[in-house]
Ligand binder design. Structure first.
Ligand SMILES: Cc1ncc(COP(=O)(O)O)c(C=O)c1O
Length: 371
């Protein structure tokens, strides 16, 4: 993957040389400021998975943002950039022993879990660490729910805390994730209520938490949900203020998409157009495997073309031979679109090049960094 320094304009003209993702770091600065404005008492730990480009990580570090990791690879990356251990939270509830040992050696303190086996593993390999219990959410209001794989409900959480208490293992934090691109404040309020029930149970037994981690899911400006980010977060901020007064627990979050999505604009090209069953199809040089995975869901991405004229719905497909590489939601393009047209897509700074494989020999987009 190349890291070049050009402007977006050069890409969308005749000099097209393959799919390119332009990252504008000033837009990241803006998002960090907006996050801090909307949720002033919440410490952001950026979810590295959203976009692990070193330039992005360095930039976030320079803005004072902490980090959330899921693997030893992400840990090594942060280490190579000199990010100190106290800025890092290990929030994947399932971890390899080697990754736990490496994180402990580096001095990482917080580790997530959601089952007794992982808690015991942590207790053996990271006895001095702080354990963060992941609570499940219902995923309502999010485009990409994270309900199936991780988290326990209140009843199971209390059982798990009981087991920990019995074995003299201290639980230091609670965490949850409302699902990615969540546009309903109620999702955070419901999860917060669940956490309060658990905290009440703990307090009655003289168990104290140090931290509440409200995870990620904060939406980028894709869907018009009729509210600004500040408005969406108003009820959450008020609820957290009350929560802090009642519990005196520190609050952090793990925004991924929100901080980086708007920084990224992807330019790609139509390779071919055709009609199937009287419906227009456009095949792009970028698809499910090499940058556009999220087009499979209805996130609200819009394809932009320099052509003018009537916009109509098209079926969009990528360049590989796999039929997964063809998107169910329809996207609008001008009716007269043709092979060779350059298409640009905004809000591609998160989960675009991160999820790239070079299946069938199609590489991910080149990267341009704009400062
Ligand atoms: C544990 C954890 N934290 C934070 C995030 C970031 O989520 P988002 O990009 O929706 O903010 C994720 C994403 O999957 C996650 O798994």
């Amino acid at each position: 993957m190349n890291t070049l320094s050009h402007s977006l304009d050069q890409v969308v003209t005749a000099n097209y040389s393959g799919p390119t993702l332009t990252i504008d770091t000033q837009k990241i600065t803006k998002q960090v400021a907006l996050f801090k404005y909307a949720l002033p008492n919440v410490t952001p730990h950026y979810a590295v998975k959203a976009n692990p480009l070193p330039e992005v990580l360095r930039h976030l570090h320079s803005l004072g943002v902490g980090f959330e990791i899921a693997s030893q690879g992400e840990l090594s990356l942060l280490q190579s950039l000199g990010i100190p251990a106290h800025k890092i939270i290990f929030s994947n509830p399932i971890k390899t022993p080697a990754s736990i040992i490496a994180a402990v050696d580096y001095g990482v303190k917080y580790f997530a879990f959601d089952n007794p086996e992982e808690l015991i593993k942590l207790h053996q390999l990271a006895p001095e660490a702080q354990y963060e219990l992941r609570i499940s959410t219902n995923g309502k209001g999010s485009v990409w729910p994270l309900t199936k794989k991780f988290g326990v409900d209140v009843k199971q959480a209390i059982k798990l805390i009981g087991v920990a208490h019995h074995n003299q293992i201290k639980i230091s934090a609670l965490t949850f994730h409302v699902g990615s691109q969540c546009t309903q404040s109620q999702a955070w309020l419901t999860a917060l209520k669940d956490c309060e029930k658990i905290i009440q149970y703990m307090n009655k037994r003289s168990m104290r938490l140090n931290m509440l981690n409200i995870g990620g899911g904060f939406p980028c400006a894709l869907h018009s949900h009729g509210q600004s980010f500040k408005e969406l977060m108003n009820p959450v901020r008020s609820a957290l203020k009350l929560f802090k007064q009642k519990t005196n627990v520190e609050v952090c979050a793990e925004p991924g998409r929100f901080l980086v999505a708007s920084s990224g604009t992807l330019a790609c090209q139509i390779i071919s157009t055709t009609q199937k069953n009287h419906q227009p199809w456009a095949f792009l040089d970028c698809g499910y495997y090499n940058g556009l995975m999220e087009l499979t869901e209805d996130f609200g991405y819009q394809l932009r073309s320099k052509r003018t004229g009537e916009n109509i719905p098209w079926t969009i497909a990528g360049p590989t031979c796999d039929s997964v590489d063809c998107f169910t939601p329809k996207y609008h393009l001008p009716k007269n679109s043709q092979a060779g047209d350059v298409i640009t897509i905004d809000n591609m700074g998160a989960y675009a090049h991160t999820c790239v494989s070079n299946f069938n020999g199609f590489d991910g987009p080149s990267i341009l960094i704009k400062h």
